[in-house]
Design a protein around this ligand. Structure first.
Ligand code: MG
Length: 365
């Protein structure tokens, strides 16, 4: 043990305040090497400087103290992994907040032609939905729905999967009959709708009445849906079904998969190419499983005349290359019925190892 440092000297060396050091002592994050039994003064060993500096740096990137406590007990490689994962989560959350901030700035500066409270421009949407069991599965647990104001796909899993995906879509369908909402209320309403959907999914999962054998345990569903309000659409998304936008001949993925493998891609631990064939690519980070309601990605987008939207389950996007999907969407322009049938055919031509659900919608002025 080197010569002990007073709390003032230790604070100076670590750029931590004496107040912060007392707090870290109380929390067990960083105990002083010695506390004077008479004065109560704290003394620190110079060997504790490294740990104190690590704590100070982790505070600067905003890591909560509980997580810092965990990182401090890990060997360096595991600590590095924990920090990388924390930062990937921060960036994902920031991306959602950035979209919301952009939306608010556009509205308040009048850049967006749609006022917050009324909808003067109304676009016409034509649409079609299709779902298919595929060539391998015995039952179809996917649900696809397209209506004048709502488009949705849900991919159920587990013994109660079919009921779960149908219940989730049914819960959202109730929004179709409510009056168009001002954009400001829409986001909250959609968050509420996801909670309701999750609540209704609970009837199809877990050890509920009518499932004494427990075959419905671990069941749930993904949910990717769009609700139209005049010239805007609200996108709600949980799980690994996807939404794409075909605009000016380009196919853009506009949702982010909530899967373990996607998180590893975000982290730089696997490449997108490796992810496509990763054995755990179907493992979901978020789903509607009737338990704690998951955080849904909810965002507003401006729709343009000429836009074509595709919602699909992984039975399409995991089985068929994006280029082939884009070609079919381009070749069937203006005919959503033909588009969904052609997409199901594509999946079947690729062996259709999973259920397929897809919805195509065309926007016109
Ligand atoms: Mg699936």
């Amino acid at each position: 043990m080197g010569e002990l440092l007073t709390i003032g000297a230790f604070a100076h060396h670590t750029r931590l305040s004496a107040k912060a050091l007392r707090r870290y002592d109380d929390l067990g994050l960083l105990r002083p090497a010695h506390v004077d039994p008479f004065s109560g003064y704290r003394y620190y060993d110079p060997a504790q400087l490294d740990r104190a500096r690590l704590i100070a740096w982790l505070r600067r990137i905003g890591m909560p103290l509980a997580a810092i406590g965990r990182v401090c007990t890990l060997p360096p490689p595991a600590a590095a992994r924990e920090i990388r994962e924390y930062w990937a989560r921060v960036e994902a959350e920031t991306a959602v907040r950035r979209d919301l901030a952009t939306f608010l700035v556009d509205h308040l500066t009048g850049k967006d032609p749609t006022p917050m409270s009324t909808h003067e421009t109304t676009l016409t949407v034509t649409y079609a939905a299709a779902s298919d069991t595929g060539l391998v599965r015995e039952t179809n647990q996917d649900t696809a729905y397209a209506g004048a104001r709502l488009l949705a796909v849900a991919d159920g899993f587990g013994g109660g999967g079919a009921g779960a995906s149908a219940a989730a879509v049914a819960a959202l369908k109730r929004l179709e009959t409510t009056a168009p909402l001002p954009a400001g209320d829409l986001l909250n309403t959609l968050h509420d709708a996801v909670e309701l959907a999750n609540h209704e999914v609970a009837a199809h999962t877990g050890d509920r009445v009518g499932d004494p054998a427990g075959t419905h345990a671990g069941s749930g569903t993904t949910l990717t849906a769009m609700l139209w309000t005049g010239s805007q659409l609200a996108l709600v998304h949980v799980g690994d079904s996807r939404a794409y936008l075909l605009r000016d001949g380009e196919l853009l993925l506009i949702t982010h998969d909530h899967t373990v493998v996607q998180a590893m891609v975000d982290d730089g631990r696997v490449t997108p190419e490796e992810a496509a064939s990763h054995p755990q690519r179907a493992l979901l980070l978020r789903a509607l499983d009737g338990g704690t309601p998951p955080t849904a990605d909810v965002r507003l987008r401006d729709a343009h005349p000429g836009d074509r939207y595709l919602l699909c389950s992984d039975g399409l996007h995991a089985a068929v290359a994006e280029d082939a999907v884009r070609e079919v969407l381009t070749a069937t322009a203006g005919d959503p019925d033909r588009a969904v049938r052609a997409l199901v055919d594509l999946a079947r031509a690729a062996g259709a190892p999973d259920n397929v659900a897809c919805v195509v919608a065309d926007v016109a002025a």
